[in-house]
Design a protein. Structure first.
Length: 312
């Protein structure tokens, strides 16, 4: 008898990583989203339930159902129907890849329900289509690491070409999520369409140096390379306490501190758990002083990405 229900988990992500706007991202261990996929009597992808009031039930607007619908069309059985129950374990509008995680988990669960007709890397094509439903832009810096795990560069989406980068063994991530919301559409809307040549040259050099630092485990080079000259200065006004958080993080030993994705999440890198723990304490002291509610996660890089949890 065929499996009727399968649940999958997809992790939260950090994107841009200072120097790789729309082309660089990584997966963290937690939080993440869960999606339960089940057989449905009506053809196509359907949203059956969600535990978050802001998640649309319209299958044409939900990243998870849009992604699964694209997969079903490629699968080629017009009578096939899949229902999706979305269990959000992370907030919306965070800069932590919330919409991407829902799409990735839905695809892995639905693909497993069908007997895994698609390889994991092949699901990325559908995940990108789902992500576009969230903010109208075509990018994979959240959904690719959420689906595949690791730290990566998205070299191309047509055709799909992603490059996994090495992960230094002592690299730790601190992720601050202040309890405010910044929608990706809003954060993208304030960006200037042109980049001055001088900034473009330096940002390109920084990205190349960061990749080199990963291969060499050169922590000093990593620290001086992870400086965002293009996107962060434009988005900083959306997070009025960003400068205070960055100052505290650097003084506590962070290699870098910047906005994750569209924000308001703010991430830090540090070498070793003791250093990231000091960064966490310093950042939490700032947030407590500002009386702003928040969560803080300490994590390694998740190298598995989206995985089946139940039903298989």
């Amino acid at each position: 008898m065929a499996t009727e229900k399968i649940k999958a988990f997809a992790p939260a992500t950090l994107s841009n990583i200072c120097v790789g706007f729309d082309v660089m991202g990584l997966a963290i261990e937690e939080p993440g989203d869960e999606v339960l996929a089940s057989r449905h009597a009506s053809p196509g992808a359907h949203i059956l339930s969600t535990n978050h009031e802001k998640i649309p039930f319209d299958p044409k607007l939900n990243t998870a159902s849009v992604a699964v619908q694209a997969m079903l069309e490629k699968y080629g059985d017009p009578a096939l129907g899949i229902g999706l129950d979305i269990i959000k374990k992370m907030p919306v509008g965070t800069g932590m890849g919330s919409s991407a995680a829902s799409a990735a988990a839905a695809l892995v669960a639905a693909n497993a329900l069908l007997g895994d007709p698609f390889r994991k890397i092949e699901l990325l094509e559908f995940a990108v289509i789902g992500e576009k439903a969230a903010d109208g832009a075509t990018h994979a810096d959240n959904v690719a690491p959420s689906l595949l795990g690791g730290l990566m560069i998205i070299r191309s989406l047509s055709p799909v070409d992603v490059v996994q980068l090495p992960i230094p063994g002592e690299l730790y991530i601190g992720l601050l999520f202040p309890h405010i919301t910044i929608l990706t559409k809003e954060a993208r809307g304030i960006l200037r369409p042109e980049v001055p040549m001088k900034q473009f040259i330096q940002q390109t050099a920084n990205m190349g140096a960061f990749v080199s630092a990963l291969y060499r485990e050169d922590w000093e080079l990593m620290g001086r390379s992870l400086v965002d000259l293009v996107i962060e200065p434009q988005r900083a006004k959306l997070i009025p306490f960003l400068d205070e958080v960055k100052k505290a993080a650097y003084q506590a030993g962070a290699l870098t501190c910047s906005i994750s994705g569209a924000g308001p999440a703010i991430f830090s890198f540090a070498k070793g758990k003791s250093n990231i723990t000091r960064v966490a304490q310093a950042v939490e002291e700032v947030m407590n002083g500002l009386n702003i509610p928040y969560d803080f996660h300490i994590s390694r890089i998740n190298q598995k990405g989206s995985v089946v949890m139940e039903g298989k």
